[in-house]
Design a protein around this ligand. Structure first.
Ligand code: KIV
Length: 279
């Protein structure tokens, strides 16, 4: 009899392993929010991110600001159940870490303890560096996130490419340096012009994980529902769809509806106590 592994099994890949991949084989990662999808994605990924994009992708929100810590914990537990040995990182949602390093530690510790995650990710550069340092010194592995910051969309003016202007590029580079110096083991670089993403990757000593950034980043991440064509409401330029599941789901639902109306589903083989013809 095989014994099921507990959901809190240690990940095969750890944050220090990811940190050591700087300049090496590209790091592969995707977002995951549910157990079955996590199980499918994990064998192909170095880490899975329970992104706060879950608010938009699964809960139909307009942005990520309404995502709560309880939602993140619920989804992270599901992902860990589906892929117990995966390196699972969890996004800290808006309002759960910005107030003070102490607030950040309290909420990050809760995420780590309740979900079995290997680390957390939080958005912000220079302004968040003291918090990242506070967490890193207290055994919380932190992945930074610079460039386009979805949680700051109300002050930065929407989902646009960042770093076209010299002043903004300089600020983002300073953010990346500050995040690395504070002790982040890696950082997401999102929605910045390609030359800037390349420059950040060359400059910082920790891996950069690009999304809408550059093939020269140390790794890549995509929202998994974008990858499989399930999040069909909006397709940013940087997304490549590797499958079109939205079309498949529509097709399946339409075929089911037609068969229900025609009383051809359920067929005898789907019913109990119905003798097969000739049986
Ligand atoms: O929330 C998310 O899914 C993310 C990734 C896009 C990096 O932060």
């Amino acid at each position: 009899m095989s014994v099921a592994k507990p959901a809190s099994a240690s990940p095969r890949v750890t944050p220090p392993d990811l940190r050591a991949r700087k300049g090496g084989t590209p790091i592969v990662s995707l977002t995951a929010y549910t157990a079955p999808i996590a199980a499918l994605l994990a064998p192909h990924c170095d880490f899975l991110l329970v992104g706060d994009s879950v608010g938009m992708v699964l809960h139909g929100m307009d942005n990520t600001l309404g995502v709560t810590l309880d939602m993140m914990i619920l989804h992270a537990k599901a992902v860990k159940r589906g892929a117990p040995e995966a390196c699972v990182l969890v996004d800290m949602p808006f309002g759960t870490y910005e107030e003070s390093p102490e607030q950040a530690f309290r909420n990050c510790a809760r995420v780590m303890a309740e979900t079995g995650a290997a680390g957390v990710k939080l958005e912000g550069g220079v302004s968040m560096a003291p918090t990242i340092a506070f967490l890193a010194k207290r055994a919380i592995p932190v992945m930074g996130h610079v460039g386009l910051l979805p949680q700051s969309v109300n002050v930065t003016g929407g989902f646009r490419a960042h770093g076209r202007e010299a002043a903004e590029a300089k600020r983002i580079l300073a953010d990346a340096k500050a995040v690395a110096e504070a002790g982040a083991f890696a950082m997401v670089v999102e929605g910045v012009v390609e030359p800037l993403a390349r420059q950040i990757t060359k400059t910082v000593p920790v891996p950069t994980i690009g999304i809408g950034a550059s093939p020269h980043c140390d790794g890549q991440i995509l929202v998994s529902d974008d990858l499989i064509g399930l999040f069909a409401t909006f397709k940013p330029r940087f997304v490549k769809r590797y499958a079109n599941l939205a079309a498949e789901v529509s097709k399946a639902a339409a075929a089911y509806a037609a068969e229900v109306k025609a009383r051809t589903f359920p067929a005898p083989e789907h019913c109990f106590g119905v003798k097969k013809k000739g049986g």
